[in-house]
Write a protein that binds this ligand. Structure first.
Ligand code: PLP
Length: 394
């Protein structure tokens, strides 16, 4: 692990456990100066020694050492070979969908992040990419949607916001058998709890804005793959779109990753307590949480993940109670997004899923009584007390 000269001399640290890898990254410290905190290379361009002699870095749109340290670290944590850090989760998804050609067909999870729906529906559909939404937790529905043009499965698991769980291993095998690739949006669980590439997926994508960064302070996205052809494709996309993550933002994610395991453990613990409490509340009609043993996909969850994460959705008795909660929460903030230190409560039908057609939302259960909460790292008693007063107070 001691490296005092070379930016390309890094190891996969296979002898270290996940927690240690998250902290020590790829290079970890700066090989030139020994700086323990990896430097922020705030530079647009790099000086050359002579014609044909590059340090390996030419121009920051293409490669930047700070972004590279983040990308290599994410590749290590997801057990892929290459990673690409983008200016947002949406930018990473945009780059991924360009894998498809006009005439190709794509199968997506039916309740998926609203922005991902928008990319496919308003952009790629226009360029001739065909798509079908199915409940990916139901294998028969996926099989029925396959055509001879199907080239990609895009799986979100657990789904946002209905918390349905798809079997990554089974779906990846199915995709392989028809010559399609499998992409898994791993935003909700992170590689600490779930590593889709080890289950047969070809690409993992993250809104790193969420748990990877973890502090509600940076918009970012990451794609990781173990497929050379896809990696080459992603590299060209990033270089051409010019949407690679900036050095400072990359550094914030490197810092976020160091505490990912302990943050995820606490999100997981807190969410379990809150989910159980919500179930006892008379005004709460239904709680959607993957950690309940009576969740319909619980067996699949136990098979492929080592934790349940910090996300809970729930349906209230009336729209009036929803309005009241959103107005009265105090420590908990009514805001979009998830995965940060702060507990945030979201109203999907008007926020994250605004652009999903009403009939589709109704069919999924994303109605006007539906709320989603991202459980933060505050003391869990404070989270519950705040929800209680907002829901039940005079
Ligand atoms: C937030 C989110 C995205 C979009 O990522 P941005 O960083 O906001 O562009 C995609 N998928 C999921 C599951 C998300 O939660």
């Amino acid at each position: 692990m001691k490296n005092f000269s070379n930016y390309n001399d890094y190891s996969l640290k296979k002898d270290l456990a996940f927690e240690s890898r998250a902290i020590h990254g790829a290079l970890g410290n700066d090989p030139m100066t020994g700086a323990v905190s990896f430097p922020i290379f705030q530079t647009a361009t790099f000086r050359h020694k002579a014609l044909g002699q590059s340090t390996g870095y030419d121009y920051s749109r293409l490669q930047n050492p700070t972004r590279q340290e983040l990308e290599r670290t994410m590749a290590i944590l997801e057990e892929g070979t290459e990673a690409f850090a983008f200016s947002s989760g949406q930018a990473a998804n945009m780059a991924l969908f360009t894998w498809l050609n006009p005439g190709d067909h794509l199968i997506l999870s039916d309740d998926i992040y609203g922005g991902t729906f928008r990319i496919v529906d308003t952009i790629f559909h226009k360029y001739g990419v065909d798509y079908t939404y199915v409940d990916m937790s139901e294998l028969d529905q996926v099989k029925a949607a396959i055509t001879d043009k199907t080239k990609m499965f895009f799986i979100e698991t657990p789904t946002n916001p209905m918390m349905k769980v798809a079997d990554i291993r089974v779906l990846s095998d199915l995709a392989k058998s028809i010559g399609a690739i499998t992409v898994v949006d791993n935003t909700f669980l992170t590689p600490y709890f779930q590593r889709p590439l080890t289950l047969g997926a070809d690409v993992v994508v993250h809104s790193a804005t969420k748990y990877i960064g973890g502090h509600n302070d940076t918009i970012s996205g990451i794609a990781v793959t173990n497929n050379e052809e896809i990696a080459a494709h992603m590299k060209i996309q990033l270089k051409s779109h010019g949407n690679g993550l900036a050095a400072l933002d990359s550094w914030l994610l490197i810092r976020g990753l160091k505490t990912l395991p302990i943050r995820m453990d606490r999100h997981n613990e807190n969410a379990k307590v809150v989910a159980e409490w919500l179930r006892t509340q008379p005004k709460v009609k239904k709680v959607y949480y993957v950690g309940f043993p009576d969740h319909k996909d619980y067996e699949v969850t136990l098979k492929q993940t080592s934790g349940f994460g910090g996300m809970i959705s729930f349906e209230m008795d009336s729209f009036e109670t929803v309005e009241r909660i959103l107005e009265r929460v105090d420590m908990i903030m009514f805001a979009e997004s998830l995965g940060g230190t702060e507990t945030l409560i979201t109203y999907p039908t008007r926020q994250t899923h605004e652009d999903v057609p009403m009939d589709r939302k109704e069919a999924l259960g994303i109605n006007d009584k539906f709320l989603r909460i991202s459980i933060g790292l505050e003391n869990v008693n404070d989270i519950i007390r705040d929800l209680d007063q907002a829901m039940n107070g005079k």
